[in-house]
Design a binder for this molecule. Structure first.
Ligand code: BGC
Length: 454
């Protein structure tokens, strides 16, 4: 057990480490915002053209698309308004899984598949004849020129469709819809999932000026002062910045904190050298990190009598949901035993306890790393706003945050520890990606209408 603990102690980050990570994150954020350093900064700080001066919104039916995790989702949302605020009701919602070949083939194949799903959805709900305004939640790094125009910088999270990077994503979607020719759509806004989450929570709580996702991927956005967003002209008000902090570390900023397991996960991934912060935190990689640690313990003869099953030796076999399930075990080890036997090993009680410790080590490090990043964002906001105390709400979504039994509490605690003089409320968004996209489309429609009538 001493030997095991020694190996796992490498995962522990103390407060000094976390402060250091937070400060490096802030440094990269500053570099991402400035024109001279933007190109080389790992944290890109992408302007989203979602601004703090709402013009009110249109009301009516909107279609929302959500692409960015393992599933693709189409939603019909009704946006309405009362005296105080806009509200939204999601009426219909369908999930489509994305076949591997659409993810890794050509962009044309991927967008044809998306258009096919949309067509199916419109048929099912008998709304094919309507030309609805559409909000697209596209959860990858996009360099926007406007709210409805932006090029994909690079894919993340296992997507690889060729011919998309460097191209206008809304253009690719419009072309695919045109190719089908069986329905029309008015694409009015494209947003990142962090932005959609922030917007959907903003309608519940006007202090919500930060959005964060900890799911398959990991990222955050927040409302930044326009004068510091050098990539966009204008000084007044605030604009939402998509930090794309998942790429933090890609310039070596995390080197002394990354372990041998992180290096293997990175080297065997589809995008080696990229998204290194995300690879320490998010659900796409957490299970595999645990598996690699388990293999290390087996090889050191500290687990399963020094023997692993073929399954456990196979990359990807320890799914991230198992990490949550292992840590949810009530103490009788039944759940842990079942998971391990489904992977072909017959564990002793001690084996079960060790596996649990491994899961805890990996997920706690994830929560702490992620907390250091968010604390960096929030402290920066307070400094920029020159406020003695900052009261802020963070809208959060993502499977790791929502489904892991302890991630949330450990994460909240670290963020609060690292942000003195800040009063932070966390709210969980429900279907934020789709609802947020519909809401921002409603605002975008209104703004377009204003521009026309002026
Ligand atoms: C993407 C971000 C996204 C995050 C969460 C990352 O891989 O680069 O754009 O917000 O995943 O989905």
């Amino acid at each position: 057990m001493d030997k095991v603990e020694q190996i796992l102690s490498e995962f522990r980050l103390n407060k000094e480490d976390l402060k250091e990570i937070m400060e490096r994150m802030q440094h990269e954020m500053d570099r991402g915002l400035r024109i001279e350093t933007h190109e080389e900064a790992s944290v890109k700080m992408l302007p989203t053209y979602v601004c703090s001066t709402p013009e009110g919104s249109e009301v009516g039916d909107f279609l929302a698309l959500d692409l960015g995790g393992t599933n693709f989702r189409v939603m019909l949302v009704i946006v309405g308004e009362d005296e105080e605020r806009s509200w939204k009701v999601e009426t219909k919602n369908q999930m489509y899984s994305i076949p591997e070949d659409a993810m890794t083939g050509t962009a044309e194949m991927l967008f044809d598949y998306i258009a096919e799903c949309m067509s199916d959805f419109l048929d099912k709900h008998h709304i094919k004849h309507k030309k609805l305004p559409l909000g697209f939640t596209f959860s990858f790094p996009v360099r926007h020129e406007d709210i409805d125009k932006g090029i994909l910088i690079n894919w993340t999270k296992g997507f690889k469709a060729s011919g998309a990077e460097g191209n206008n994503i809304v253009g690719l979607l419009r072309d695919a819809i045109k190719r089908r020719g069986d329905f029309e759509m008015d694409v009015v806004a494209m947003v990142n999932d962090t932005v959609a989450t922030m917007i959907s929570c903003y309608y519940e709580d006007r202090s919500c000026e930060v959005g964060m996702i900890v799911g398959t991927g990991c990222n955050a956005c927040y409302m930044e002062e326009m004068r510091t967003v050098e990539l966009v002209e204008g000084e007044e008000g605030r604009m939402c910045v998509n930090t794309e902090w998942g790429a933090f570390g890609d310039n070596g900023e995390l080197e002394e904190f990354r372990l041998e397991y992180d290096r293997v996960v990175d080297e065997t991934s589809i995008n080696p050298g990229h998204q290194l912060y995300e690879k320490v935190i998010s659900g796409k990689y957490m299970g595999e990190l645990v598996r690699l640690v388990l293999m290390k313990l087996v090889n050191e003869d500290l687990l399963f009598n020094g023997e692993a099953s073929e399954q456990l030796k196979t990359r990807g076999s320890f799914e991230t949901r198992f990490v949550s399930q292992v840590e949810s075990d009530t103490g009788d080890r039944k759940q842990i035993y079942n998971i391990l036997s489904s992977l072909g090993v017959l564990p002793s009680e001690l084996d079960c306890d060790i596996v649990r410790l491994v899961c805890e080590s990996v997920s706690t490090r994830s929560a702490h790393m992620c907390g250091a990043g968010l604390a960096g964002v929030i402290n920066r906001m307070r400094e920029r706003r020159c406020q003695e105390a900052l009261k802020i709400t963070v809208g959060v979504d993502g499977s790791v945050y929502k489904l892991h039994p302890c991630f949330r509490d450990k994460f909240h605690k670290i963020v609060r520890d690292l942000t003195p003089h800040c009063e932070i409320t966390f709210i969980q968004s429900e279907e934020g990606s789709g609802r947020g996209a519909a809401l921002i489309s409603a605002v975008a429609c209104k703004m377009a209408a204003c521009m026309l009538t002026q």
